[in-house]
Write a protein that binds this ligand. Structure first.
Ligand SMILES: [Fe+2]
Length: 234
């Protein structure tokens, strides 16, 4: 199975943000990535979150995500996006899912099971809301931990891959790490079935091996003028 991956494009109308980010370039970068994924015969494209960032008005936010989603969909490749904190700053989950057409929590592909987690919750269990979220406080709520454990225990789950915006890797800068990452890593380790974990959020990126499992944090597409996207065979 060929996976096209990219993360943290932070697409918006803003030319620069936070000094080093170039959000207005991301539409073109994503199109370039989609062309490469199409040419390589990718079976699925996954964005690891922060697909969008804030424009100056909500109207512009809606136009930006509508145009971006239409462009991505025009390639005809299945597309999923695990939401990031900036996606939640722009839109509640159901709205984001409607605009992007991405709502999968599990995808089965032959013997492979792809699990998509949403860590956009505070450790109180409260889901992120616009202007009411602290990006340093991310959490996978109990119902998702439980569902992941059950999914991994199913006999039809042979090889599994986990996708989440924030970081389960304990080796990235600590503010980026999900508060109950250790609990989720324990479920992953004990299943014996997870072959890789894919994350975004920590913009420099990081490659780690924890409990013998590769934890890939991909570098952010929005940083600088250079494009970053990845084709992974799983
Ligand atoms: Fe980001």
């Amino acid at each position: 199975m060929k996976l096209g991956l990219f993360t943290d494009p932070h697409t918006s109308t803003k030319e620069t943000s936070c000094g080093t980010r170039r959000p207005a370039m991301s539409y073109g970068k994503i199109r370039e990535a989609m062309e490469a994924f199409r040419d390589a015969g990718a079976d699925l494209v996954v964005c690891l979150g922060d697909l969008v960032d804030e424009c100056d008005t909500m109207e512009e936010n809606i136009t930006a995500i509508t145009e971006l989603s239409a462009m991505i969909r025009s390639f005809g490749i299945p597309f999923e996006c695990v939401m990031g904190n900036h996606d939640y700053q722009n839109f509640p989950r159901e709205e984001f899912r409607t605009y992007t057409g991405s709502a999968a929590e599990v995808i089965r592909f032959g013997t492979k099971t792809l699990c998509f987690l949403d860590a956009n919750y505070a450790d109180t269990g409260e889901i992120y809301r616009r202007n009411a979220l602290d990006w340093t406080n991310s959490y996978v709520p109990a119902d998702q931990v439980c569902a992941l454990r059950e999914l991994l225990a199913q006999p039809e789950t042979d090889e599994a891959f986990v996708f989440v915006h924030q970081n389960l890797d304990p080796e990235v800068e600590r503010h980026h790490i999900i508060r109950n990452a250790e609990e989720v890593r324990t479920v992953i380790r004990e299943s014996g079935k997870v072959k890789a974990v894919f994350q975004g959020h920590y913009h420099p990126g990081k490659e780690s091996v924890v409990d013998g499992i590769p934890y890939h944090t991909f570098p952010a597409m929005c940083e600088g003028e250079e494009n970053r996207f990845f084709l992974v065979e799983i």
